[in-house]
Design a protein around this ligand. Sequence first.
Ligand code: ARG
Length: 263
Amino acid sequence: MGKRKKLLSMLMLVMAVSMILAACGSDGAKDSSSKDSNKKEKLVAGTEATFAPFESMDDNGKVVGIDVDVLKAIGEETGKEFEVKNIGWEPVFQQVTNGEIDLGASGITITDERKETYDFTEPYYEATQLIVVKKDSKVKSLQDLKDKKIAVQINTTGHIAAQKLQGKTSPKIKAYENQPLAFQEVINGSVDAAIGDNAVVIEYLKNNPDAKLKTVEDDAFEKEYYGFMVKKGNKEVLDVLNEGLKKMKENGKLAKITSQELK
Ligand code: ARG
Protein backbone atom coordinates (compact mmCIF):
# COMPACT_ATOMS: atom_id res chain seq x y z
CA MET A 1 0.00 0.00 0.00
CA GLY A 2 1.36 3.44 -0.93
CA LYS A 3 1.93 6.04 1.76
CA ARG A 4 -1.01 8.12 0.61
CA LYS A 5 -3.39 5.20 0.56
CA LYS A 6 -2.31 4.17 4.02
CA LEU A 7 -2.88 7.67 5.34
CA LEU A 8 -6.29 7.78 3.72
CA SER A 9 -7.43 4.49 5.18
CA MET A 10 -6.21 5.53 8.61
CA LEU A 11 -8.12 8.75 8.29
CA MET A 12 -11.24 6.82 7.37
CA LEU A 13 -10.78 4.55 10.35
CA VAL A 14 -10.50 7.52 12.69
CA MET A 15 -13.65 9.01 11.21
CA ALA A 16 -15.57 5.76 11.55
CA VAL A 17 -14.53 5.32 15.18
CA SER A 18 -15.46 8.86 16.12
CA MET A 19 -18.84 8.46 14.44
CA ILE A 20 -19.52 5.32 16.46
CA LEU A 21 -18.44 7.07 19.64
CA ALA A 22 -20.71 10.03 18.91
CA ALA A 23 -23.65 7.69 18.36
CA CYS A 24 -22.99 5.88 21.65
CA GLY A 25 -22.79 9.14 23.52
CA SER A 26 -26.21 10.37 22.49
CA ASP A 27 -28.88 9.93 25.07
CA GLY A 28 -32.27 11.12 23.93
CA ALA A 29 -33.27 14.59 25.02
CA LYS A 30 -30.12 14.99 27.07
CA ASP A 31 -27.98 14.91 23.93
CA SER A 32 -28.16 18.64 23.43
CA SER A 33 -27.27 19.37 27.04
CA SER A 34 -23.79 19.37 28.41
CA LYS A 35 -21.62 18.99 25.32
CA ASP A 36 -20.25 22.43 25.81
CA SER A 37 -19.35 22.70 29.46
CA ASN A 38 -19.69 26.49 29.50
CA LYS A 39 -23.26 26.18 28.36
CA LYS A 40 -26.09 25.74 30.85
CA GLU A 41 -27.73 22.35 30.88
CA LYS A 42 -30.78 22.50 28.67
CA LEU A 43 -33.96 20.68 29.52
CA VAL A 44 -36.50 20.06 26.79
CA ALA A 45 -40.19 20.52 27.55
CA GLY A 46 -43.08 19.42 25.34
CA THR A 47 -46.38 21.24 25.05
CA GLU A 48 -49.53 21.70 22.97
CA ALA A 49 -49.55 25.37 22.11
CA THR A 50 -53.17 26.25 21.37
CA PHE A 51 -53.83 26.76 25.05
CA ALA A 52 -53.52 30.47 25.79
CA PRO A 53 -52.78 31.94 28.28
CA PHE A 54 -50.57 28.97 29.21
CA GLU A 55 -49.06 28.25 25.79
CA SER A 56 -49.61 29.57 22.31
CA MET A 57 -47.50 30.38 19.24
CA ASP A 58 -46.44 33.96 18.64
CA ASP A 59 -45.97 35.49 15.17
CA ASN A 60 -42.37 34.29 15.06
CA GLY A 61 -43.32 30.67 15.67
CA LYS A 62 -42.16 30.78 19.28
CA VAL A 63 -44.08 29.20 22.14
CA VAL A 64 -45.16 31.86 24.62
CA GLY A 65 -47.35 31.92 27.72
CA ILE A 66 -47.50 31.33 31.45
CA ASP A 67 -45.93 27.86 31.28
CA VAL A 68 -42.98 29.23 29.30
CA ASP A 69 -42.56 32.13 31.73
CA VAL A 70 -42.66 29.82 34.76
CA LEU A 71 -40.03 27.52 33.23
CA LYS A 72 -37.84 30.47 32.33
CA ALA A 73 -38.04 31.71 35.91
CA ILE A 74 -37.27 28.22 37.24
CA GLY A 75 -34.21 28.33 35.00
CA GLU A 76 -33.15 31.63 36.53
CA GLU A 77 -33.53 30.20 40.03
CA THR A 78 -31.66 26.98 39.28
CA GLY A 79 -29.13 27.88 36.58
CA LYS A 80 -30.78 25.68 33.97
CA GLU A 81 -32.12 26.45 30.55
CA PHE A 82 -35.43 25.29 29.12
CA GLU A 83 -36.54 24.80 25.55
CA VAL A 84 -40.29 24.47 24.96
CA LYS A 85 -41.39 22.49 21.91
CA ASN A 86 -44.90 22.47 20.46
CA ILE A 87 -45.51 18.77 19.82
CA GLY A 88 -49.23 18.19 20.45
CA TRP A 89 -51.21 17.06 23.49
CA GLU A 90 -50.98 13.28 23.30
CA PRO A 91 -47.35 13.30 22.11
CA VAL A 92 -46.48 15.16 25.33
CA PHE A 93 -47.38 12.02 27.28
CA GLN A 94 -45.80 9.63 24.78
CA GLN A 95 -42.54 11.56 24.53
CA VAL A 96 -42.14 11.95 28.29
CA THR A 97 -42.58 8.20 28.53
CA ASN A 98 -40.02 7.35 25.85
CA GLY A 99 -37.53 9.98 26.99
CA GLU A 100 -37.61 12.14 23.86
CA ILE A 101 -38.40 15.11 26.07
CA ASP A 102 -37.49 15.77 29.70
CA LEU A 103 -40.83 17.11 30.84
CA GLY A 104 -44.38 18.00 29.91
CA ALA A 105 -45.33 21.66 30.42
CA SER A 106 -48.83 21.96 29.06
CA GLY A 107 -51.27 23.10 31.72
CA ILE A 108 -51.31 19.48 32.84
CA THR A 109 -53.60 18.70 35.75
CA ILE A 110 -52.14 16.45 38.42
CA THR A 111 -54.48 13.45 38.64
CA ASP A 112 -54.24 10.17 40.55
CA GLU A 113 -54.51 8.24 37.32
CA ARG A 114 -51.63 10.12 35.68
CA LYS A 115 -49.59 9.75 38.86
CA GLU A 116 -49.54 6.01 38.26
CA THR A 117 -47.39 6.57 35.16
CA TYR A 118 -45.70 9.92 35.75
CA ASP A 119 -44.23 12.06 38.49
CA PHE A 120 -45.47 15.60 38.97
CA THR A 121 -43.94 18.68 40.52
CA GLU A 122 -45.60 20.58 43.30
CA PRO A 123 -48.62 22.43 41.91
CA TYR A 124 -48.05 25.81 40.26
CA TYR A 125 -51.60 26.77 39.26
CA GLU A 126 -55.12 26.15 40.48
CA ALA A 127 -57.85 25.60 37.90
CA THR A 128 -61.29 24.12 37.40
CA GLN A 129 -63.54 23.22 34.49
CA LEU A 130 -65.90 25.69 32.89
CA ILE A 131 -68.81 25.11 30.49
CA VAL A 132 -69.03 27.08 27.25
CA VAL A 133 -72.36 27.52 25.45
CA LYS A 134 -73.91 29.92 22.96
CA LYS A 135 -75.18 33.15 24.46
CA ASP A 136 -78.80 32.14 23.92
CA SER A 137 -78.40 28.66 25.45
CA LYS A 138 -80.67 27.57 28.31
CA VAL A 139 -77.97 25.42 29.89
CA LYS A 140 -77.42 26.47 33.51
CA SER A 141 -75.52 23.57 35.07
CA LEU A 142 -73.46 20.49 34.37
CA GLN A 143 -76.55 18.33 34.91
CA ASP A 144 -78.27 20.18 32.06
CA LEU A 145 -75.65 18.61 29.77
CA LYS A 146 -76.63 15.06 30.72
CA ASP A 147 -78.25 14.37 27.33
CA LYS A 148 -76.53 17.08 25.31
CA LYS A 149 -73.66 16.94 22.85
CA ILE A 150 -70.43 18.04 24.47
CA ALA A 151 -67.11 18.90 22.78
CA VAL A 152 -63.83 18.48 24.66
CA GLN A 153 -60.11 18.19 24.07
CA ILE A 154 -59.24 14.51 24.02
CA ASN A 155 -57.93 12.89 27.20
CA THR A 156 -58.14 16.07 29.23
CA THR A 157 -59.81 16.56 32.57
CA GLY A 158 -62.69 18.20 30.65
CA HIS A 159 -63.06 14.97 28.70
CA ILE A 160 -63.07 12.99 31.94
CA ALA A 161 -65.72 15.31 33.44
CA ALA A 162 -67.95 14.74 30.41
CA GLN A 163 -67.45 10.98 30.69
CA LYS A 164 -68.32 11.07 34.38
CA LEU A 165 -71.59 12.76 33.46
CA GLN A 166 -72.60 10.65 30.45
CA GLY A 167 -70.59 7.45 30.73
CA LYS A 168 -67.25 6.58 29.20
CA THR A 169 -68.54 5.47 25.82
CA SER A 170 -71.24 8.10 25.32
CA PRO A 171 -71.58 8.92 21.60
CA LYS A 172 -72.58 12.45 22.55
CA ILE A 173 -69.08 13.31 23.69
CA LYS A 174 -66.96 14.62 20.82
CA ALA A 175 -63.24 14.65 21.53
CA TYR A 176 -60.85 16.86 19.54
CA GLU A 177 -57.08 17.24 19.26
CA ASN A 178 -57.10 20.67 20.84
CA GLN A 179 -59.33 22.94 22.89
CA PRO A 180 -60.06 25.64 20.25
CA LEU A 181 -61.48 22.97 17.91
CA ALA A 182 -63.92 22.01 20.66
CA PHE A 183 -64.99 25.66 21.12
CA GLN A 184 -65.40 25.98 17.36
CA GLU A 185 -67.96 23.17 17.38
CA VAL A 186 -70.10 25.17 19.82
CA ILE A 187 -69.90 28.17 17.50
CA ASN A 188 -70.82 25.95 14.52
CA GLY A 189 -73.76 24.57 16.44
CA SER A 190 -72.73 20.95 15.94
CA VAL A 191 -72.56 20.47 19.73
CA ASP A 192 -74.47 22.09 22.60
CA ALA A 193 -71.53 22.85 24.83
CA ALA A 194 -67.81 22.51 25.39
CA ILE A 195 -66.00 21.88 28.64
CA GLY A 196 -62.50 23.20 29.23
CA ASP A 197 -60.05 24.65 31.73
CA ASN A 198 -61.41 27.92 33.14
CA ALA A 199 -58.56 30.32 32.36
CA VAL A 200 -58.34 29.00 28.80
CA VAL A 201 -62.08 29.33 28.25
CA ILE A 202 -62.04 32.89 29.57
CA GLU A 203 -59.05 33.80 27.38
CA TYR A 204 -60.77 32.32 24.30
CA LEU A 205 -63.95 34.32 24.89
CA LYS A 206 -61.89 37.45 25.40
CA ASN A 207 -60.03 36.88 22.10
CA ASN A 208 -63.21 35.95 20.21
CA PRO A 209 -65.73 38.59 21.23
CA ASP A 210 -67.86 38.01 18.13
CA ALA A 211 -68.29 34.29 18.78
CA LYS A 212 -71.44 34.89 20.87
CA LEU A 213 -70.43 32.49 23.61
CA LYS A 214 -70.92 32.57 27.37
CA THR A 215 -69.65 30.51 30.29
CA VAL A 216 -71.55 28.45 32.86
CA GLU A 217 -69.91 27.63 36.19
CA ASP A 218 -70.73 24.61 38.30
CA ASP A 219 -69.44 23.68 41.76
CA ALA A 220 -69.63 20.03 40.75
CA PHE A 221 -66.31 20.53 38.97
CA GLU A 222 -63.49 19.81 41.34
CA LYS A 223 -60.47 21.98 41.95
CA GLU A 224 -57.52 21.01 39.77
CA TYR A 225 -53.83 21.77 40.10
CA TYR A 226 -51.33 22.06 37.27
CA GLY A 227 -47.92 20.49 37.62
CA PHE A 228 -44.95 19.83 35.35
CA MET A 229 -44.75 16.18 34.43
CA VAL A 230 -41.72 13.91 34.17
CA LYS A 231 -41.16 10.23 33.55
CA LYS A 232 -41.76 8.23 36.68
CA GLY A 233 -38.55 8.11 38.72
CA ASN A 234 -36.85 11.02 36.92
CA LYS A 235 -35.84 12.58 40.21
CA GLU A 236 -33.06 14.62 38.65
CA VAL A 237 -35.38 16.79 36.56
CA LEU A 238 -38.16 16.74 39.15
CA ASP A 239 -35.81 18.10 41.82
CA VAL A 240 -34.70 20.98 39.61
CA LEU A 241 -38.29 21.95 38.86
CA ASN A 242 -39.42 21.69 42.47
CA GLU A 243 -36.45 23.64 43.73
CA GLY A 244 -37.24 26.44 41.30
CA LEU A 245 -40.94 26.42 42.12
CA LYS A 246 -40.26 26.49 45.84
CA LYS A 247 -38.05 29.56 45.50
CA MET A 248 -40.58 31.24 43.25
CA LYS A 249 -43.37 30.64 45.74
CA GLU A 250 -41.23 32.17 48.45
CA ASN A 251 -40.01 35.21 46.54
CA GLY A 252 -43.38 35.95 44.92
CA LYS A 253 -42.26 35.35 41.32
CA LEU A 254 -44.79 32.58 40.74
CA ALA A 255 -47.73 34.67 41.91
CA LYS A 256 -46.53 37.48 39.69
CA ILE A 257 -46.45 35.28 36.59
CA THR A 258 -49.71 33.40 37.20
CA SER A 259 -51.64 36.32 38.80
CA GLN A 260 -52.68 33.84 41.42
CA GLU A 261 -51.68 33.17 45.03
CA LEU A 262 -50.87 29.50 45.63
CA LYS A 263 -49.62 28.17 48.94
N1 ARG B 1 -55.62 20.69 32.42
C1 ARG B 1 -56.22 19.79 31.48
C2 ARG B 1 -55.63 18.42 31.65
O1 ARG B 1 -54.58 18.27 32.20
C3 ARG B 1 -56.08 20.26 30.05
C4 ARG B 1 -54.70 20.56 29.61
C5 ARG B 1 -54.60 20.76 28.11
N2 ARG B 1 -53.38 21.40 27.76
C6 ARG B 1 -53.05 21.86 26.54
N3 ARG B 1 -51.95 22.52 26.39
N4 ARG B 1 -53.83 21.64 25.53
O2 ARG B 1 -56.21 17.45 31.24
